[in-house]
Design a binder for this molecule. Structure first.
Ligand code: ADP
Length: 270
């Protein structure tokens, strides 16, 4: 039986893509659990199956075998308890809707009064620092601001878990740092659980309470690392800590081992 606070349970997840040119085993055998309120980063070499894993978690892709459970119930399709933020913010927002309209759209599927919906939208836009841009259209905003709109839309939906797939890969370094801090702030202030997929080692260590290091494809969890940095983090002080350097060096080393095929898979994943 899962622990009471277990939000997400992944057990022996395997995913094989079938294609006319041959099957691709993207995920070999992945198992992990996540407690409610955690911020877990998933990091691994390019092509190792991060997006495949995330799609299985979000119910967008059916696993070949294994279990994904949310709150004790199997995930069989997209669930209102989950919201996903993708890397390609440009394609995830509707250009003909205003910022406000984009954030409000998914809420139309919820049984809410107009006043309650309005409050959620205003509140989410304030939380991401975009209250002033509610009437703008996405194409009038910078890339970083567009990704804030996507985050506001996810937060307004009030999911139990926010799943983010390399959400800041396409923005500049300064914007990325600001958005990382926004995620930490939202996680802390809204007690929302976050799964954050990234290929950026420093980002995973800066953001995460835990970092799952994935092996190369067919993937398994090479390491489940607790990030014992202080909970209050900021871009300058935290990244200057000797422990931050130790942790990022450790994760880097694990990924290099994964790439060289030096990590040994558990028997169940072979
Ligand atoms: P990552 O997100 O870590 O870059 P992906 O999950 O996108 O990795 O891909 C993992 C593996 O699965 C890769 O070998 C990729 O080529 C393969 N793959 C991904 N999507 C498909 C698909 N729809 N059909 C066949 N193979 C796929």
């Amino acid at each position: 039986m899962p622990d009471r606070s277990t939000l997400l349970r992944v057990e022996h997840l395997r995913k094989v893509y079938e294609s006319p040119t041959g099957d691709v085993e993207a995920i070999g055998d992945i198992s992990f659990t996540m407690d409610a309120g955690e911020l877990v980063c998933i990091v691994g070499p390019s092509g190792c199956g991060k997006t495949t894993l995330l799609k299985c978690l979000a119910g967008l892709l059916r696993p070949t075998s294994g279990v994904v459970e949310m709150d004790g119930a199997p995930v069989t399709g997209p669930s209102p308890a989950m919201a996903v933020v993708f890397q390609e913010y440009g394609r995830s927002l509707y250009p003909w809707l205003t910022v406000r309209g984009n954030v409000e759209l998914p809420l139309r599927h919820k049984q809410l009064t107009r006043a309650a919906r309005n409050k959620l939208v205003v509140d989410a836009l304030e939380a991401v620092g975009l209250a002033h841009a509610a009437r703008s259209h996405p194409w009038q905003l910078s890339g970083g601001m567009q990704q804030r709109v996507a985050i506001a839309r996810a937060v307004a939906y009030q999911p139990d878990i926010l799943i983010m797939d390399e959400p800041f890969a396409a923005v500049d370094a300064q914007t990325r740092a600001d958005l990382e801090d926004l995620v930490r702030e939202l996680h802390a202030s809204r007690t929302i659980s976050v799964v954050f997929v990234t290929h950026d080692i420093d980002e995973s260590v800066y953001l995460g309470q835990r970092v799952l290091v994935l092996s190369t494809s067919p993937t398994w969890v090479q390491e489940d690392l607790a990030i014992d940095l202080p909970p209050e983090r900021d871009q300058i002080t935290t990244r200057a800590l000797p422990r931050f350097t130790e942790l990022r060096t450790h994760v880097y080393d694990q990924i290099q081992r994964a790439k060289r095929g030096q990590a040994v898979a558990p028997r169940s994943a072979r």
